[in-house]
Write a protein that binds this ligand. Structure first.
Ligand SMILES: C[S@@+](CC[C@H](N)C(=O)[O-])C[C@H]1O[C@@H](n2cnc3c(N)ncnc32)[C@H](O)[C@@H]1O
Length: 237
């Protein structure tokens, strides 16, 4: 059995863990008025409150996650378990954190628990209206160019040990397929805070398939190494 490492977060599975719209704004570098009247898709959304909050701001927002379709009680149980595990890891390894976007682990925990509570209430009301859609990358059940902006946070690159290079390339192509304007993916590092080693090869592979990529610096860091976001767009033909 592997012994626990202090240089990486040890998580047995992809966590059902989520953040607020305010945190999304920072790490995706979203302009204040960029959501109103826009069709926006949050992929691997987990218990993030981004979609609930963006809907209130006038976005036509949809979220997808493999666990959507479970009952609200079952999702609340996932939140309970995964938040306990995640915050135990953070408290055991504070050297993997930067106290810049949040002043303390307690502040981050309060914010993310508020996100999950807001998500659970919205999911109970709006799942039946199609705001929350069960789906797993690299396949999304949406038409080509269905959304102006497509976001995906804290799945690609972060859980690289669970998904190989081909999965990442297929996931990026699928995110671009359902976007009419652009895709943003955050962060570009693994659970050890190190840059994902396949990024240059991935960008070359996407370029060969007609997809432009740009690495954007963002004014955000909580987990080390999370100061960048990848933007993808179809090349003009
Ligand atoms: C750490 S959460 C991120 C939640 C949110 N995007 C955020 O940044 O706050 C990762 C999510 O990815 C979901 N997930 C796991 N495998 C996936 C897959 N193949 N495709 C899409 N989502 C997946 C998990 O269910 C989980 O909710």
């Amino acid at each position: 059995m592997n012994s626990p490492s202090i240089s990486t977060l040890d998580l047995p599975a992809v966590s059902f863990f989520g953040r607020t719209l305010a945190e999304y704004r920072q790490f995706f570098r979203l302009e204040p008025d960029s959501l109103r009247d826009r069709a926006v898709l949050d992929v691997a959304a987990g218990p993030s409150s981004f979609t609930a909050e963006a809907s209130r701001l006038g976005a036509r927002a949809v979220a997808s996650d493999p666990l959507y379709g479970c009952t609200p009680d079952a999702l609340a149980a996932h939140v309970q378990m995964d938040y306990a595990r995640m915050f135990a890891q953070m408290r055991a390894k504070p050297h993997l954190l930067r106290f810049y976007s949040f002043a303390s682990i307690d502040a981050a925990e309060a914010d993310r628990r508020a996100a999950a509570a807001r998500f659970l209430a919205d999911y109970a009301d709006y799942f039946v209206h199609g705001r929350y859609v069960g789906a797993a990358l690299p396949h999304l059940p949406f038409a080509d160019r269905a959304f102006g902006l497509v976001l995906c946070a804290h799945l690609l690159f972060l859980y690289a040990g669970r998904f190989d290079f081909d999965w990442h390339a297929a996931a990026c192509r699928e995110l671009v397929r359902v976007s009419a304007e652009e895709v943003r993916i955050h962060p570009l590092c693994g659970l050890d805070g190190q840059p994902w080693p396949g990024l240059d090869r991935l960008r070359a592979n996407l370029a060969a398939g007609g997809i432009d990529s740009e690495i954007m610096a963002v004014d955000y860091e909580f987990f080390i190494g999370t100061g960048t976001t990848l933007r993808l767009k179809r090349m003009l033909s």
